[in-house]
Structures are given as C-alpha cells and as structure tokens.
Design a protein around this ligand. Structure first.
Ligand code: GLU
Length: 479
C-alpha cells in the first residue's frame, strides 16, 4: 500500500532579485495546494549563485509574500529544527557528503577540465554538426594515479553526474501529463563546483528529499531540469516527488514576461506601492493559469484555498492582463467599508493634502471611491478638483462671452449669502441664476466648472463647490 505522507510543498526563490509576478504565482499555487490539503508550505532560499545574490532580496521576497497573505509554515524565519537550515549556503557540507557518496558508488566522477578545455570541446562538436554539445567524458576515464597527479598540481575537480547511456526517464506531470526523456540526451552535468558549491540541480534534490517535499510546483522553465533531478533520486534510491510545471506567463502580445520587459511592472512591490490592494493581487494571481468552472472572477482567499485543484491548471500560456488587474483592484476598493477605504487610500495621498481640514478631505476621498483603480490614483483626481488647469485660448474665449460673465456674477451673488454649502443649496442657487438669466444646462454649468477648474470634465459641479468651500469658490470665480 502507498504510504500516505503529509503534503509538503515549497517555494524556493533565489535571492537574486525581488518577488516578481511569476515567482509570486508559483508561491501562491504551492501555498494553495498546501492549504487545500492541510499540508505545509515551506519557503527555502536557493542562494548558491553567490555572484548574483542581492543584499536584501531574501527579506523583501518573504515580506512581499506575507503582504500578499502567502504566509509560510516554515522558512529561515520560522524554522522547523527537523528540517533547518533553510538557506542552501548553510548546508554546503551536507551537499558535499552526498556528492562524495555518489562518487564512491560510481554514479559521479571528478572532472579536472578547465573552462577553456570545455569551451574548445564544445566548439569542436558544433563544428562537427552536433547541435547540442555535451561533456565528452574525458575525465571519466582518468586513472586514480592521473587524478592524484592533477591534484598535486593544485587542480581542484568539479564533480559530474554520470548519466546512464540510454535509459528512459519518465514522469507524470500533474499539469502536462506523461513526460519522457532519454538519459543519453543529457550530458554528464556538474553537481558540485570546484569551490565546493553545489549546482541548482543537485542541491534542489538533496533539499527536496531531506525536507520531505512531496510535490514540486514550479515554472515551466524548469521542465528540462526535471529528468536530471530524477536521475539523482534514482541513484540515491529515494522516492521521487510529484511534479507540476506551471505554464509561462505572457504579455498581451503573447511574449513571455521577462524581467527586462518595460511595458509591464514585474515586481509585486511596485503594485503595492501604487496602491493595488493585496487581496486583489492574490485574486488576480489565482486566476493566472487557474480556471475555476463558471463565470465568477472575485474569490476570497478561503474560496481560493477551497477551490484550488491542479486538475484545473492550464498548460497553455497565461496572459497577464493589466486591464483585468485594474478592474479587479477597483472591485476590491469599492467593496471596502468607508472607514477601511479612507485608511487605505490615505496611505497614498500626497503630503500636500495634509493641511486640508479632515472633513473636506474625507468628503473628497469618498467621492472618488468608485472611480479609483488603485490607491495612488487618488492624487490626480484630487489634483483635478483642487487645482486650476491653465486656461487655453478656447477656455478664455468661452469665459469672456457675455452669458458666461453673467452666470458667474449671478452665481457668486447667490452663494455669497449662504451660511453653509450643501447639494440642495447649490442646486437652489443654480435655479435662481437660471430663472434670472433664462439659461439652462451647459450654458449654466460650464462657465462655473471652467472658471473653477479650467477643465471641461470632472466631478459633478456641486461636489466641486462643496469641496472647495465658499471662500475658495468665490475667490476663483471672481479672479
Ligand atoms: N531557485 C529556483 C528558481 O528560482 C527554484 C526552482 C525550483 O522550484 O525547483 O527558479
């Protein structure tokens, strides 16, 4: 009978950059799979590419995940002593021991080739029409004596895995179905570099095994690594986890999102700083490659956990649809209570509005609740009401017309005597101006709107007047 293990999955970022959309989606799907199955979600740091590590990247990745609500059960900051450490650079001795074990069993061997030799062999193979050159195995046949001599000359070897010549490496991918590779197509790859640092394909297997990882959900770009990793499991005689390779994420033009793509913001922190609510991004990422049945698009975290099912993951590329994200973000903002919304949106408000009285600010912010897609939108909307745009010639001509001048003067007279301003009072004032001058509609409202804001469009006119207050309204109208 198959033994039933607790489901354990992991997100294993390299701290070579900040959390980006693809990484966040992998983390989310692992998290959802764990939570759906009462399993553990582990965050492990794959920091063996020393030259590319960036200070602060690890902390920021974990903070960004927490901000999204993707909270780990285990990580460098929440270690389970049974599985710690959670950073690969803290386990170098362990990887070395396992690499030596493979050498002793004849499944791996020392390689003394220099970069130049390897490069030369590659070029020769290409010149001979071999399109995917492989390591030519010259060090596989070194005698013990040769090796001692090379070591005495001060050369430190790498360790290469010896791939079987012609074996089928098969696995049943949970997203893409049966995958088949021939071991002979994969060259003998380095598992331990001469400086004692393991390569990704080796360290990942040791970690996944020692951490009892049962399922590996990761990006499609790792598909070709999987047979290499499976061969290592085979040599050790370990259980192989189940694999699920998530489809790539593409932009509107069908091109894979690349960190160099300037059209799309790639990093989760950029979205946070612009004021996209975390729940909205969580929801958006949930649908990036996952299609629940039906038309529903807004899902709470609990619903996402409940619904998540690898069988509903798409193996076709998922499109990053900025418009959909904006729509989703706006939906989450609209669904906030007014208090929640005010607290949220004030985080993004420019300091210059701090001097306004609280009532006016809250009044305006609430007016925009239905209009904003993200917190930072608030500033341009505020700007549009509270500042006056430069008048262009067309505006100047319009405001100089006799009817415009009359409307403005009469309106000032009407509101001058009001003790406070509200919607009814302002409507009443407009009615009186209308009766007096026999004007209606646009002829009545546009002169006021243009004189107050310099713009043809914006909030309803009475809201502008309320927001500006009597004094400022009169001041602008009389200018
Ligand atoms: N460190 C790898 C990456 O960032 C993880 C790959 C894996 O999940 O095995 O792509």
């Amino acid at each position: 009978m198959e033994k039933v293990n607790k489901i354990r999955v992991r997100y294993a970022p390299s701290p070579t950059g900040y959390l980006h959309i693809g990484g966040a989606r992998s983390a989310l799907f692992n998290y959802l799979y764990a939570k759906h199955n009462n399993g553990d979600f582990v965050v492990r740091i794959e920091d063996t590419d020393l030259a590319r590590n960036i200070p602060g990247a690890e902390e920021s990745q974990i903070n960004d995940l927490e901000w999204l609500g993707i909270v780990d059960d285990e990580s460098p900051y929440r270690p389970n002593p049974k599985y710690a450490p959670y950073r690969q650079t803290e386990k170098l001795e362990i990887y070395r021991r396992f690499a030596v074990e493979l050498v002793q069993k004849g499944f791996a061997y020392e390689c003394f080739c220099t970069e130049e030799e390897l490069e030369k062999s590659k070029e020769e193979q290409l010149a001979n029409g071999i399109s995917s050159p492989r390591y030519d195995r010259r060090c596989l046949y070194l005698s013990e004596e040769d090796k001692q001599k090379l070591k005495a000359q001060g050369l430190t070897p790498t360790i290469r895995l010896k791939m079987p010549d012609n074996e089928c490496i098969e696995f049943d991918d949970m997203v893409r179905g049966k995958m088949k590779f021939n071991s002979g197509d994969i060259g003998d790859f380095v598992i331990l570099k001469s400086n004692g640092i393991p390569t990704y394909n080796f360290a990942v297997v040791i970690d996944d095994h020692l951490m009892n990882i049962t399922h590996v959900l990761r990006g499609e770009e790792h598909l070709s690594n999987t047979p290499k990793q499976i061969q290592i499991y085979r040599y050790f005689g370990w259980d192989v986890p189940r694999f699920a390779h998530l489809s790539i994420i593409v932009n509107e033009h069908g091109k894979k999102l690349s960190k160099r793509d300037n059209d799309i913001r790639q990093f989760i922190s950029e979205y946070r700083d612009l004021g996209y609510p975390a729940d909205a991004i969580f929801n958006f990422l949930f649908l990036l490659g996952f299609s629940p049945l039906g038309e529903q698009e807004i899902f709470s975290k609990d619903e996402a956990i409940q619904l998540f099912d690898i069988a509903h993951l798409s193996n076709a590329p998922s499109m990053f649809d900025q418009k959909k994200l904006d729509w989703m973000s706006a939906s989450y903002i609209k669904a906030m209570s007014d208090d929640e919304y005010l607290r949220f949106v004030k985080q993004f408000l420019d300091d210059k509005y701090l001097s306004f009285d609280l009532q006016t600010i809250n009044f305006l912010l609430l007016l925009f609740k239905e209009q904003i897609h993200r917190g930072s939108d608030i500033n341009y909307l505020m700007e549009e009401v509270l500042s006056v745009a430069d008048f262009d010639q067309e505006v100047i001509d319009y405001l100089q017309k006799e009817t415009s001048v009359n409307v403005i003067n009469s309106f000032v007279e009407e509101i001058r005597n009001l003790s406070s301003l509200n919607k009814d009072m302002i409507s009443e004032a407009f009615k009186k101006v209308s009766a007096k001058l026999s004007l209606k509609g646009k002829d009545l409202y546009m002169p006021i709107r243009l004189k107050l804001t310099g713009r043809y469009h914006g909030l309803e006119i009475y809201n502008i007047v309320i927001a500006l207050g009597k004094e400022t309204t009169i001041e602008r109208l009389k200018k």
